[in-house]
Ligand binder design. Structure first.
Ligand SMILES: [Zn+2]
Length: 530
């Protein structure tokens, strides 16, 4: 007698091997038998005829940290068949931090991570994980975020970690790994992370390499002078070669202005690999990114954290420099931006509006509008890029994404920033990335389902040490998704970003049904893993 039996289904097991037909028997949270199980009864039968059963998807890059504390079901991911999300990305997170530092840093990061309850204990990675364990729809894994590590040992200060500060940071990373983190994350266009140097990052990654963990990095595009051997991807490759550790590159893909240039994008990666660098990467299937306004402000304006940033924004003697930073750090980007998260009551109508339109309505230049709204919203709003004017560009970026995912070192990280209803209109990538890749993009480009499934399941499970997950095999956890290969399709759009996909019928997390017959069950079976 099984608790659940999936009958007569096509099994794509995550290994990359050819799909086969069979039944899957589940007891408690594990797969206990695969084969012809027609003679064995079960408390619940899931008819798999006409459906394909895959390992639950693993989102290697999620910013659902805050949303999952308020809306724990994880509708954005569970409805797509995502059963594990890796949080605390880009060096952003709330632990390990003392109570007062947590409160201030949570407000500084709210534009991207949302508003967590401020009475939570975030003094350690162990405490952080406890706020999710057994309390969310999907499983979650966390990385030690570089930002809080720096805040703990040095404060929000424009200086690289050296000497005793560096040793203390290494110790915090080591403790975080002992407490269940699956790696270290940095985001080198966010603060205080961008105050670091290549030497600091190398020393911190040494701890990761020694413990056979993963260094996960959003590569540097701030403070290039802190990386004397080269900024951007070059710095990450330097760290990989110096430490010999595993390095995972966040959201590394072509963009509208580089669409079609996959060979150029990958050249430095492949060169480093030939020299022995151990690199994996991730991408998401949209031609528009999303971020927070602090991304456009140079390091000097961030010193002192949120208090420092807000007082700098109000300092009339700094206005010219602020405007210069907004105009020239990433030229042209603000002209393409659209508000996503805006929570202040006066400004909620801005969500979904372009920066150009809001600036025109206020009768000020775009940079001044951004400074005004940052002051009004305590710097905590978010925005995304508009989609390219040419559909051909979007389709080229999608083609590039599928070409990248054909490599055996590429995974899918949604970079999703799901928002609560009152927070505004999010980027659809949180609600559609996985359904989009496994459905329409796989079909359009004729990619074998076993190949793409491997990139979304077993590959990330192995890379991030998610034990007994990512593959349909006896003994593994029953994290499974059952979908119709021919019809599965994302429905989240920029106009209606929270619409769940079609064609996803059943989703199990640790053997518990999270979706049945296309409907969310409300069951909460996720764990803090590994
Ligand atoms: Zn991110």
């Amino acid at each position: 007698m099984f608790d659940i039996k999936i009958s007569d289904t096509t099994i794509v097991d995550g290994s990359g091997n050819t799909p086969y037909r069979g039944d899957i028997g589940i007891n408690s949270d594990r797969i206990i038998e695969i084969g012809d199980l027609s003679g064995v009864a079960a408390k619940r039968d899931l008819d798999g005829s006409g459906l394909t059963t895959l390992p639950g998807f693993i989102d290697t890059h999620s910013h659902a940290d805050g949303v999952l504390l308020h809306a724990p079901q994880g509708v954005h991911s569970i409805a797509q068949g995502v059963t594990t999300e890796i949080l605390t990305q880009d060096g952003m997170g709330w632990a390990p931090l003392s109570a007062d530092k947590y409160e201030e840093h949570a407000k500084y990061l709210a534009g991207i991570l949302g508003d967590p309850p401020l009475d939570l204990d975030m003094s350690s990675i162990k405490e952080l994980r406890s706020h999710y364990d057994g309390k969310t729809g999907p499983n979650i894994a966390v990385l030690v975020p570089h930002g809080p590590v720096r805040l703990s040992v040095l404060g929000f200060t424009d200086a690289p970690l050296v000497g005793d500060h560096l040793k203390a940071a290494q110790e915090l990373i080591y403790i975080g790994l002992q407490e269940g983190a699956v790696g270290l994350s940095t985001g080198l266009s966010y603060y205080p992370q961008s105050y670091s140097t290549t030497d600091e990052l190398t020393a911190l990654t040494d701890v990761i390499a020694t413990n056979n963990s993963v260094y996960v990095t959003h590569v540097r595009n701030h403070n290039d002078d802190r990386a004397p051997e080269g900024s951007g991807i070059d710095e990450a490759m330097t760290i990989a070669l110096r430490t010999g550790g595993k390095v995972h590159i966040s959201h590394f893909m072509t963009r509208p202005n580089s669409a079609g240039e996959v060979a150029e994008l990958m050249a430095p990666i492949d060169r480093a690999k030939e020299s022995g660098a151990d690199i994996t990467l991730e991408c998401y299937p949209y031609a528009a990114n999303a971020t927070i306004p602090g991304y456009f402000l140079r390091g000097q304006f961030h010193e002192g954290g949120l208090d420092g940033l807000l007082s700098n924004l109000k300092d009339s003697s700094l206005q010219d420099k602020l405007i210069d930073s907004l105009q020239n750090l990433f030229p042209g980007a603000l002209e393409k931006a659209v508000f996503t998260r805006v929570v202040g009551e006066e400004n909620r109508g801005l969500s979904g509006m372009s920066f150009v339109d809001v600036a025109a309505a206020r009768g000020v230049p775009i940079e001044e509008m951004v400074i005004e709204v940052m002051k009004e919203e305590a710097a905590s709003f978010g925005f995304r890029a508009s989609t390219p004017a040419s559909v051909a560009t979007t389709r080229q970026v999608e083609s590039d994404v599928m070409e990248l995912l054909s490599r055996p070192d590429y995974m899918l990280g949604s970079d999703g920033i799901p928002l609560l209803e009152y927070e505004g209109l999010p980027h659809p990538r949180a609600y559609g990335s996985f359904a989009r890749v496994i459905g329409p993009l796989r079909r359009r480009f004729g990619v074998p389902i076993e190949q793409i499934t491997n990139r979304l399941t077993k590959l990330p499970a192995e890379r991030f040490g998610l034990t007994d997950r990512g593959e349909i095999k006896v003994g593994n956890f029953a994290d499974l998704v059952m979908l119709d290969e021919e019809t599965v399709h994302d429905l989240a759009t920029f106009e209606d970003p929270r619409t769940g996909p079609t064609g996803v019928y059943h989703v199990l997390v640790n053997g518990q049904p999270a979706v049945l017959d296309g409907q969310l069950t409300g069951d909460i079976a996720g764990r803090a893993i590994p």
